[in-house]
Design a protein around this ligand. Structure first.
Ligand code: FO1
Length: 320
């Protein structure tokens, strides 16, 4: 049986697992719903970092060193901006800039972010559906002890240094899921929450009216972004600490709570198995570090096998 999978993803960590799933599933069996609350305007251009990271990664054209931006990149435009005293704190390479210019032109022409994403993915021969969570603007605002900061200011300009107190997703109450989002969840056999930051990559997606409710009706599996109390990349573990929660695989499972029917976490956290299963979640322990394409595909293959065994072929829908 071919599974239809919806993956929920943020940036680099989420894109790695999405790519693994994409490579092991048949064509068009995967839909990736991507966080767009990191989006902002910069140099007059619409920037959608997580959407671009997922699209570039599935297309095989992502920058292998950073995980974001384009491969074989050059930086002439940025050097020129810099030499003229312009804003160079957010690094857009020449190839990436070309895509941004064309996307912003299409947006000004009246096309939606989801339409443009589908057009670009077709050109890049991505045989998966990649959907922004919403076509409406939503902006993560980080509440820190230094005041509120726009997400990229906190993340890139301030290198996640300010201590966080909380988050809000501006505009989310009046946002609607992008076309195809609820339909994809409805058609899915399982929803996979990728190992992205729960606070600022996954929560904004779940906050779009209708998305959490739709996921709630489906078997849902999450993969822990935390191994031995730490994140591979990004500030998720630091955020847990600053919010007064000990960062752990268990803490992430508890954060998603009743949304989850199954959970995949790292062998290094074996001692947390009982606590995780006490949350009423079926668990699978494995190596979750994704260093290269082989790891991504092995982890994706294990997830699919686990899902088939414990969710799809379980006659009693005890997971709901
Ligand atoms: N992250 C950085 O840490 N520094 C950058 O200069 C930077 C530029 C950038 C350009 C395009 C893009 O799509 C992503 C970019 N990112 C950069 C990553 C991105 O801002 C964050 O990783 C995400 O918003 C968090 O998922």
């Amino acid at each position: 049986m071919t599974l239809k999978i919806v993956a929920i993803a943020g940036g680099v960590g989420g894109a790695k697992l999405a790519e693994g799933l994409y490579r092991v599933l048949p064509a068009n069996a995967l839909t990736v719903i991507v966080n767009t609350a990191d989006d902002f305007e910069h140099l007059g251009l619409h920037i959608s970092p997580d959407l671009d990271t997922v699209c570039y990664t599935l297309a095989g054209i992502a920058n292998p060193e950073t995980g974001w931006g384009r491969d074989e990149e050059t930086w002439n435009a940025l050097d020129n901006i810099s030499s003229l005293g312009g804003p160079d704190w957010f690094r857009l390479g020449d190839r990436d800039l070309g895509m941004h210019l064309e996307r912003t032109r299409r947006l000004h022409d009246g096309q939606s972010l989801s339409e443009i994403t589908a057009q670009f993915c077709a050109i890049w021969k991505v045989n998966a559906q990649v959907l922004p969570m919403s076509n409406h603007p939503v902006a993560t605002i980080v509440d820190t002890y230094e005041g509120e900061l726009a997400f990229q200011e906190y993340f890139v300009a301030r290198r996640c240094e300010p201590v966080v107190r909380g988050f809000r997703f501006e505009g989310v109450q009046i946002a609607a899921p992008a076309p195809g989002v609820l339909e994809a969840i409805e058609a899915a056999d399982v929803v996979v929450i990728c190992p992205s930051n729960p606070w600022v990559s996954i929560d904004p997606v779940l906050a779009v009216p209708g998305i959490r409710e739709a996921i709630q009706t489906k078997p849902t599996l999450a993969v822990s972004p935390i191994i031995r109390g730490q994140t591979v990349k990004g500030p998720a573990a630091k955020m847990f600490v600053e919010l007064g929660i000990k960062p752990s695989a268990e803490a992430v499972a508890a954060h998603y709570g009743r949304l989850l029917s199954a959970y995949v976490f790292d062998r290094a956290d074996a001692e947390q198995t009982k606590a995780i299963e006490a949350l009423g979640i079926m668990s699978h322990m494995t190596d979750t570090l994704m260093n290269g394409p082989k790891d991504r595909q092995r982890l994706a293959g294990e997830i699919i096998e686990f899902v088939q065994r414990v969710i799809v072929e379980t006659p009693v829908k005890s997971y709901l």
